[in-house]
Design a protein around this ligand. Structure first.
Ligand code: ATP
Ligand code: ZN
Length: 300
């Protein structure tokens, strides 16, 4: 019933995903995209009364932003860095001959000012710098993100989309917002026939010091996830995450409440490919045969 290879083969056979040879980098067929878009729009309709500001960023961030938020201390193993060629004619000829001979050539590249966006919310925090309006702000973004975790498992991608909401303001408002969304998301996902459960969680911080950071994150209940069985019953997949960053971002970017106190931030992110795969696992490879109530909500 839960078998990674059979599930992957079924997704390919039904044209839902298109193998590219990249682990965790497959293409998406039209039906897969229709489900994903339907879910994203359902999220928008559900959140509409909150009046979030919509922002759009490219899937790259400033290298200085990655450095400033400490991403390379916490998650160096997941980072994606953009490099390019800055050399002369002779070095360009060297690249040509080495690539054609199947030799290594990356030492002829140098780093650019950008890295791949690791979480859709990252470009938003610098925008909040300075004094916030009374009541804080609420922003929504949708973006492609990169994580270096190549895998044959269809729910673990290197490049995927996150639909996020980001709340900034006083701690009590931010935490109340996070708690309300946890219930709202569970209801939303269960309403689509998914066996969704929430749990405290931690991020995959690197190394031995990282283990302590993860334990601290659990102790302080800073991260929650909504889990659904997709490729395993015992190890359900996180399809949505809720993070309370306390003043991690606001101290770095000088984000202050209207009364000058240091602000607090939280974000929630739906992993759109994972939600799509969870729906396919729950209802089958052909959305035309899904329960009518689910199809109606997703405009399928
Ligand atoms: P932070 O802001 O602390 O980095 P975030 O909410 O922006 O956190 P995560 O909690 O790491 O980011 O991930 C958000 C969601 O993205 C997860 O709940 C999951 O659904 C999805 N996701 C994470 N990693 C992968 C992956 N490798 N492949 C597919 N989806 C993923
Ligand atoms: Zn986030």
């Amino acid at each position: 019933m839960y078998d990674i290879e059979t599930f992957y083969a079924g997704l390919v056979e039904h044209g839902l995903i298109l193998p590219t040879g990249i682990r965790g980098g497959y293409g998406r067929g039209a039906v897969f995209e229709k489900i994903l878009r339907g879910f994203n729009e359902l999220v928008s309709r559900t959140a509409a009364p909150d009046g979030a500001e919509e922002m759009t960023f490219p899937p790259i961030v400033a290298r200085t932003l990655i450095e400033k938020v400490g991403y390379m201390n916490s998650f160096p193993q997941l980072a994606g860095s953009v490099h390019s060629f800055f050399g002369n004619e002779a070095q360009a000829r060297d690249i040509t001959s080495r690539t054609q001979a199947g030799e290594r050539w990356e030492d002829l590249l140098d780093i650019t000012e950008v890295m791949l966006t690791p979480a859709a919310c990252y470009p938003v925090y610098p925008v909040f710098s300075g004094l916030l309006p009374n009541g804080g702000r609420l922003v929504t973004v949708l973006n492609w993100v990169y994580r270096h975790e190549p895998s044959d498992e269809p729910t673990r991608l290197q490049s995927f989309r996150m639909r996020e909401y980001i709340r900034v303001g006083r701690s009590e408002d931010v935490v109340a917002w996070r708690d309300a969304w946890l219930l709202r998301s569970l209801e939303l996902l269960r309403g689509l026939g998914l066996a969704a459960q929430s749990d405290v969680a931690s991020d995959p911080f690197f190394g031995r010091a990282g283990k302590m950071m993860a334990a601290n994150q659990v102790d302080q209940r800073l991260k929650f996830e909504i889990l659904v069985p997709v490729i395993s019953e015992e190890k359900p997949t996180a399809i949505c995450s809720f993070n309370w960053h306390q003043d991690h971002f606001s101290s770095k970017f000088g984000i202050r409440n209207a009364d000058e106190s240091l602000a607090s931030t939280a974000c929630l992110g739906f992993g759109l490919e994972r939600v799509t795969l969870a729906l396919i696992k729950a209802h089958g490879y052909d959305p035309q045969r899904w329960p009518e109530a689910v199809r109606a909500q997703l405009s399928l």
